[in-house]
Design a protein around this ligand. Structure first.
Ligand SMILES: NC(=O)c1ccc[n+]([C@@H]2O[C@H](COP(=O)([O-])OP(=O)(O)OC[C@H]3O[C@@H](n4cnc5c(N)ncnc54)[C@H](O)[C@@H]3O)[C@@H](O)[C@H]2O)c1
Length: 416
């Protein structure tokens, strides 16, 4: 079977990870890219003998491309996904799918009309550990899900940022960028719909005036619940609890606390310039020992076991004690590799991917619900038509859950 000729939109930090995964995957041909910045474009053309475009439209017009990975800034995702679909391309689009629910609907319609697939990712729901917990959970291995706890303390707000990344209305802050990972991990493992959201978010630093911390409670079908905690204020680093292994799986220095914040204050270069150093061709990847990617601590509690994400797999704590299930592979980017696996399975084998455009819309609805709930201090209902793929395990017995009394639906245009 011939390889998939892939084009890339946006050669920034996200693209660097996907490119690394693609270079390890003989089924993917890195054929073209579009980015308004000359430097990453030239580096990409040089490294892969590929074609570089300044404009996304020109990338779409390339008849040799079968799929496009969209890793441009959030505000372009929906329009680029639609244009790519209209040009007959399969689409992988970074999270979030869009910034408004109506735009998600447009992508869903464009996908249906074109017959092409949309995969929303990468998110950490594609991590081998999360996919393994999902597989075991949906197979009924541990019985009914009771709750999920996930928390992550990072330096998110103090990494070099584009100006719009600090403006919530333009998709900035942790809600669109980071909580989206947590929501997707919870939804993937739970395999059931999210009924409602209650949340509190914080803006603790006026110099980075967007959401930087959050406490989210998701009420799930089947009577389970999830707690999602996030802080991007660069004080505590929860990788300390993960053997000092970074999100990508590389070992990291232990003196990290507040380092990004200090660098932001002392580095005299403009932040935009430092941001560009993360683009393709400017960044070098660590060659230290690789572990699995992760997104903070993740513990799922079932009837018969607690299951935790570990550095190299998952740990199951049950009546027999603790057992480790190692999941290391030869890939240095196994989460991104799983996105490419999903592309191949969908494009070549006709297998559906749960992380489709409808999935992306529901995740956005929950993100918007987080912001609305925090602002209005009430519980926000989530549309029951969402596309969490339901499992039919007999181990799962539906609890009777009363309707929330102080719940209101999310307004379509709600942007708190
Ligand atoms: N899944 C992950 O692990 C992960 C990690 C980082 C970022 N992301 C996501 O990837 C996306 C990009 O984030 P990033 O951190 O790489 O940003 P970035 O600023 O590092 O890169 C964005 C790139 O897009 C280019 N660009 C700007 N306008 C464009 C346009 N109209 N068309 C094409 N390219 C354009 C910029 O020049 C830049 O090179 C966001 O959706 C972000 O949430 C995902």
């Amino acid at each position: 079977m011939t390889g998939i000729r892939l084009g890339i939109s946006g050669l920034g930090s996200a693209a660097g990870f996907m490119i690394r995964a693609a270079t390890e995957d003989p089924r993917i041909i890195l054929a073209a890219a579009a980015d308004p910045l000359q430097h990453p474009r030239e580096a990409f053309v040089r490294d892969f003998g590929a074609v570089g475009h300044e404009s996304f439209v020109d990338l779409c017009k390339d008849p040799t491309l079968e799929a496009i990975y969209i890793a441009s800034p959030h505000e372009f995702h929906a329009e680029q996904a639609i244009l790519a679909l209209e040009h007959g391309k399969h689409v992988i689009v970074e999270k979030p799918l869009a910034l408004a629910l109506a735009d998600c609907d447009d992508v869903i319609r464009a996908a249906a009309k074109s017959g092409k697939i949309v995969i929303v990712g990468h998110t950490h729901a594609f991590d081998p550990s999360i996919m393994k917990i999902r597989e075991l959970a949906l197979g009924g291995e541990f019985g009914r899900l009771g709750m999920i706890l996930t928390f992550n303390y990072t330096d998110f707000l103090y990494r070099p940022r584009r100006p719009e990344e600090l403006v919530t209305a333009r998709g900035g802050g942790i809600a669109f960028n980071q909580i989206s990972h947590q929501i997707d991990m919870v939804r993937a493992v739970a395999g059931v719909n999210v009924r409602s959201v209650r949340a509190n978010v914080g803006r603790l630093d006026p110099s980075r005036p967007t959401e930087g911390n959050s406490t989210v409670f998701l009420d799930l079908d089947d009577g389970a619940a999830a707690s999602l905690i996030y802080s991007g204020y660069d004080f505590f680093d929860s990788d300390e609890l993960h053997g000092w292994i970074a999100e990508s799986g590389v070992e990291k220095p232990t003196e990290g606390h507040s380092a990004s914040k200090r660098l932001l204050q002392t580095d005299t270069r403009p932040e935009r310039e430092r941001r560009h150093l993360l683009a393709y061709g400017s960044r070098t990847f660590s060659s230290t020992k690789m572990h699995l990617p992760h997104f903070g601590t993740f513990i799922a509690s079932f009837e018969r076991a607690d299951v935790r994400v570990t550095a190299d797999g998952i740990a199951v704590f049950d009546a027999e004690g603790k057992r480790d299930i190692p999941l290391l592979t030869t890939s240095t980017m196994p989460g991104h590799r799983n996105v490419l696996n999903a592309l191949w399975a969908a494009a070549r084998e006709g297998q559906p991917c749960i992380h489709d455009a409808s999935w992306g819309k529901t995740t956005l609805e929950i993100i918007l619900g987080v912001l609305a709930s925090a602002q209005e201090r009430c519980e926000i209902g989530v549309n029951p038509m969402q596309s969490a793929l339901r499992h039919d395990s007999s181990a799962s017995k539906t609890n009777s859950v009363p309707q929330a009394s102080h719940r209101r639906p999310l307004a379509q245009s709600a942007f708190p």
